[in-house]
Design a protein around this ligand. Sequence first.
Ligand SMILES: [Zn+2]
Length: 167
Amino acid sequence: MDAGELVTDDIVLGLIRERLGRPDAAKGFILDGYPRNVAQAGALDQLLADLGQPLDAVVLMQVDEKALVMRLTGRRTCLDCGKVFNVYSSASGKGERCDNPVHGAESPMLKQRDDDKEDVIANRLKVYNSQTAPLIEHYRGRGLLRIVNADQPVDLVYAEFVKFTDA
Ligand SMILES: [Zn+2]
């Protein structure tokens, strides 16, 4: 990752195997953003079968593509304190600078992640639609798919999501 390269599937699976083997994962776990394609889903199934911890549910956080693009292009981060803003929905009280009081008078400028820029997002969506979206039917066919309307306020999204867990 330090070299700016993608981590191979084998390395990711090794990390997941190691993490799920720890005691706190015995009661359950949530994988966020994985698997990203059908090949990874197959490898994950095999790993989880080995561990005796098969998937109970797969949750699709559904957002209209236009809303999604606004969320991504609007995202700004303070590299100093880590606070995340959105220029459309939760802007900083200090405009292009961070409004976290920890900074005192000299607030740092907010930054946009390179992969949140519009041309990069178009490519990410293309990859999603060709590689990741087929997982929806893959998991629907196995009766595991649950859908959350993620195009609403955070507390409502959270409430819908929690319904699908035993937490
Ligand atoms: Zn800050």
